[in-house]
Ligand binder design. Structure first.
Ligand SMILES: *[C@@H]1O[C@H](CO)[C@@H](O)[C@H](O)[C@H]1NC(C)=O
Ligand SMILES: *[C@@H]1O[C@H](CO)[C@@H](O)[C@H](O)[C@H]1NC(C)=O
Ligand SMILES: *[C@@H]1O[C@H](CO)[C@@H](O)[C@H](O)[C@H]1NC(C)=O
Ligand SMILES: *[C@@H]1O[C@H](CO)[C@@H](O)[C@H](O)[C@H]1NC(C)=O
Length: 877
């Protein structure tokens, strides 16, 4: 019952949320969707440097907006943009005045003011309280700054800041997405400090709240509850770096508020809305006295000036004492219409902590249609330039008289249908007419290179100063054609590598060369003979269909050369059958499509295994083990895979690979029993630690040293060296799959995909295959080819994770789609691919090693043996 409810809660978790990582669409300065009259300024130098020329990458007028005269340090001049609607703003891009090499004015720094109503202005502050944002260093490069925290605003002012007095000019683009929640402010009691003996103090205040603080209440602003950052299961662990403990949550203690027993919050919206639900992301770490609320009661106010309606909506939650994960709780609001809401959340324990609140409402039919036709779909951003049909003016047709309404709706529906058909035809044409050649190139237009710099959130987009006109003929028409295709991940091409290869002769050649020519992993000579009807030599031995990736718990342990599997027989299962009744269930660790992983106590296992068992010296006769179990209703395919996995695992015997201890296969459900690692996985372990330094003693966060990190790397390379020696391909090497035992020995395993926690590390192709694309080599993504060499690539990414202490996801600035497009760049190898940056902690020689793991050509990548040899000398004896 509990589990069932939990599943529902998890399933609805992601819907209706703003995700700052994806909400990064250009809002229309460059492409003109923001109209001239919506761009204003405090002053302008000449007509030709008016605010309407402040458009990024455009060269109209004299090439930029410039405020009047020399800017003195004490001056406040600003460029103001009206976005036309409430917007979740995540990124600002600026550029100077280049004017085809005649301008040289730019803003080295600027501040940002924003407003939701154009009356009350607030100044933006970073999470650490800084107001000034670093701007440009020359007149032509654009510099992109992530806003941490993002802001919700309709009007934005950019205020250039100078130290010496200089002339300043700016071009600008703003990035974000519409704020459909419509929430313009919330008020709540101030968050509190959590002090408990033996634990560090956690500050559960709303540190980015942009409203007023009055009599211990937050009033009239938005803050951490709407910043799109969802808190982690442990409220002491923060997603942001360099902030205090408890940063992500706003929390209250049950006895410290005026009205005991509940927290009262007010929510104000931009207009009257019919609310369907409210989602509250809440911590549930009951071991520390934190629980989701026991019930909530909401009152509604239809208009601003009105009293609260008498009848509230009340919702009781199902309290959960088993699963300590933070989760979204969805509160149904019964489609009540309101402009303001007042909700009382009742305590279920001593503490209540929220990290996000969002609202879902239905708009009237007409506005929905209007926004559909007015707002360009985000997907078209930067890709096939299907200009948005902006002819429909919402204000002109927003209030049709009653008689015309049905006709109008009919017309709109027809127009939309026509548009859909036209877009479909365009896409279809592109799909048919062009090959993949130019496909995965969307990240940045034309001659732009990106450098992701490590120490700040600043990306420098470099446009070469003088676009050499003659260069166009040299580079050929394809590279100057801005209308490149968008990648369709759901395209059958991507799910069937063979189709893709046949379409791309150069790709198939390179694949052959690397499969047969490279001295890598010594593939059998016989595997370079034609088979399966592919033209030319056959693919690499370990190539398997992407779709088959999904195995027992949503993952296959190891891909094995087909020959090896076929030659295995029953007697190859060297693991013994364990009496099932001696496994006592303790906890569920994870689950996948075809099975679950449980933590169990195995009674009498040490005696059962006898001498030389790899078990840690326990205290008694029972030990904790991880039990991977196939669902009884699993397909026969899954069953076969499961048995195969058992066969393979039972042959693995290495100190750095997780050990199969025993199995239960004589009756259903099939189980395999492996070691259980008390210290969890390496990702978790490192992300909760800091680099050892002289300062670390001052705070209480545990630390690791550089030599610890190197030692971990050596162990992983050693385990992988062993797998490679058996020609086993892991396919999902990452820190989340490296487990740590009591003595911090690393053992490579495969539970990552079955755990919810890491679901964002995987990319789901139409519900069929789940792929860890940020760890995958280009040939694995584009060709479905998994080899030891692609494991080496993943090892490089794993090293990178280790040396960033797992504080961020690889390519965290890129969306999944962009990562896949970047893969295309790796394949083309024209210098446009984005590499992971060098982690600040990482010795340069080690970063060189990582870069070699990400070589395009397989023979250029090191072997695990080579990696092991290269890493080992760095670690003390
Ligand atoms: C920016 O906002 C601050 C309030 O936070 C205000 O004092 C200042 O005048 C504003 N500046 C401009 C140019 O709007
Ligand atoms: C929140 O708490 C932290 C740490 O105690 C403090 O530095 C910060 O100023 C507080 N912020 C607000 C807005 O009260
Ligand atoms: C508040 O917490 C205390 C424990 O500190 C508990 O005894 C009390 O029942 C709680 N009150 C409510 C309303 O939950
Ligand atoms: C809200 O619902 C009421 C009744 O169900 C309906 O008359 C009204 O048009 C709806 N309003 C909006 C903004 O959807």
């Amino acid at each position: 019952m509990h589990l069932f409810l939990l599943l529902i809660l998890h399933a609805t978790a992601a819907v209706g949320q703003i995700d700052p990582a994806h909400c990064r669409y250009a809002l229309g300065m460059e492409d003109g969707r923001i109209r001239d009259e919506d761009i204003t300024a405090s002053s302008q130098w000449y007509e030709t440097t008016g605010p309407q020329y402040a458009r990024l990458n455009r060269e109209e007028g004299e090439g930029a907006w410039c405020p009047q005269g020399q800017l003195e340090p004490s001056d406040t001049q600003y460029l103001q943009v009206d976005l036309g609607r409430l917007t979740f703003l995540t990124v600002v891009g600026t550029q100077g005045r280049y004017a085809r090499n005649s301008g040289n004015e730019f803003a080295r720094a600027y501040r940002l003011n924003y407003s939701r109503d154009s009356v009350l202005w607030k100044s933006w502050k970073s999470r650490l309280g800084k107001e000034v944002i670093q701007g440009n260093k020359n007149a032509y490069e654009s510099v992109i700054n992530d806003l941490h925290p993002p802001v919700i605003a309709r009007h934005v002012r950019l205020i250039p800041v100078t130290k010496p007095s200089t002339a300043v000019c700016m071009r600008v683009e703003l990035y974000g997405c519409p704020w459909d929640d419509g929430l313009i402010s919330y008020s709540a009691p101030e968050g509190q400090l959590l002090m408990a003996p033996g634990y560090p103090v956690a500050s559960l205040n709303d540190s980015t709240y942009d409203g007023a603080h009055e009599r211990r209440r937050l009033l009239g602003g938005l803050g951490q509850l709407t910043d799109g950052v969802v808190g982690l299961d442990d409220f002491l662990v923060t997603r942001q770096l360099q902030v205090w403990l408890g940063y992500d949550y706003l929390g209250w203690r049950n006895d410290s508020l005026g009205a005991p027993g509940h927290v009262e919050m007010d929510f104000l919206f931009d207009k009257q809305r019919n609310f369907t639900s409210m989602k509250v992301h809440s911590n549930n770490m009951f071991s520390r006295g934190v629980k989701i609320f026991s019930s909530v009661t909401c009152w509604f106010k239809p208009r601003l000036i009105a009293s609260w309606e008498a009848e509230p909506v009340t919702f009781k939650t199902v309290l959960d004492d088993r699963n300590p994960s933070a989760r979204y709780v969805t509160v149904p609001l019964r489609r009540r219409a309101a402009r303001a809401l007042r909700c009382r959340f009742f305590f279920a324990d001593v503490w209540m902590m929220f990290s996000e609140i969002s609202f879902q409402s239905e708009d009237t039919i007409l506005p929905t249609l209007m926004t559909l036709s007015v707002t360009p779909s985000p997907a078209s951003e930067g890709s096939t330039a299907t200009p948005a049909p902006t002819t429909a003016d919402p204000s002109a047709s927003g209030r049709p008289d009653d008689g015309n309404t049905p006709i109008l709706i009919g017309c709109l529906v027809t127009i939309i249908l026509l548009l859909v058909i036209i877009i479909f035809l365009i896409l279809w044409c592109q799909y048919v007419c062009k090959v993949l050649e130019k496909a995965p190139r969307r990240i940045l237009d034309e001659e732009v290179t990106v450098r992701l710099s490590s120490c700040s959130d600043t990306i420098v987009l470099q446009t070469p100063p003088v676009p050499p006109r003659s260069g166009h003929t040299a580079t050929g028409p394809t590279s100057t054609d801005p209308h490149y295709e968008r990648v369709f991940l759901l395209d059958p091409q991507y799910q069937n590598p063979a189709v893709l290869r046949n379409k791309l002769p150069e790709l198939s050649q390179s694949a052959e060369a690397s499969a047969c020519g490279g001295g890598y992993a010594e593939p059998d000579v016989t595997q370079c003979t034609p088979h399966q009807g592919f033209h030319g030599p056959a693919p690499h031995y370990a190539e398997t269909d992407i779709v088959r990736l999904q195995g027992v718990t949503g993952s296959n342990m190891y891909a094995v050369p087909a020959l090896t599997v076929d030659s295995l027989t029953r007697k190859d299962i060297s693991a013994a059958e364990f009496p099932r009744q001696q496994l006592v269930f303790r906890e569920k660790l994870g689950e996948g499509q075809f099975g679950e992983v449980h933590l169990c106590e195995a009674e009498g296992l040490p005696e059962f295994l006898g001498e030389g068992s790899p078990l840690p010296d326990g205290d008694g006769c029972s030990v904790l083990v991880a039990v991977k179990q196939l669902r009884p209703d699993a397909t026969s395919q899954a069953r076969n895979d499961f048995l195969k996995e058992i066969k393979i695992m039972s042959r693995l015997n290495d100190p750095n690979i997780i050990r199969l201890l025993c199995v239960c296969v004589t009756s259903d459900p099939l189980c395999m029993v492996t070691e259980y690692m008390e210290n969890g996985d390496l990702n978790m372990f490192l992300s909760q630690r800091e680099m050892e330094s002289t300062l670390t003693h001052a705070n209480s966060i545990p630390s690791v040293s550089l030599s610890d990190l190197l030692h971990m790397s050596v162990q992983i390379s050693s385990g992988m060296k062993y797998l490679a020696s058996l020609n086993f391909v892991h396919r999902d090497l990452a820190t989340r799959n490296c487990l740590l035992d009591r003595r911090l020995t690393i053992k490579i395993a495969d539970f990552g995909m079955s755990r919810n926690l890491y679901s964002s590390d995987y990319y789901r192709i139409q519900g069929r295959a789940v792929l860890p694309i940020r760890w995958m080599a280009w040939e694995s993504i584009l060709l479905g080819k998994f080899t030891t060499a692609s494991d080496v690539w993943a090892f490089g990414v794993t090293l990178w994770e280790i040396f960033t202490l797992c504080k961020e996801q690889p390519y965290s600035l890129l969306s999944d789609e962009q990562v896949i497009e970047n893969t295309g760049e790796f394949f083309r190898n024209q210098g446009r691919q984005i590499f992971l940056y060098a982690p600040p902690l990482c010795p340069p020689s080690l970063f060189e090693l990582m870069m070699r793991c990400w070589s395009r050509d397989i023979p250029d990548r090191p072997t695990f043996e080579g990696l092991y040899q290269a890493l080992r000398p760095h670690v003390g004896p």
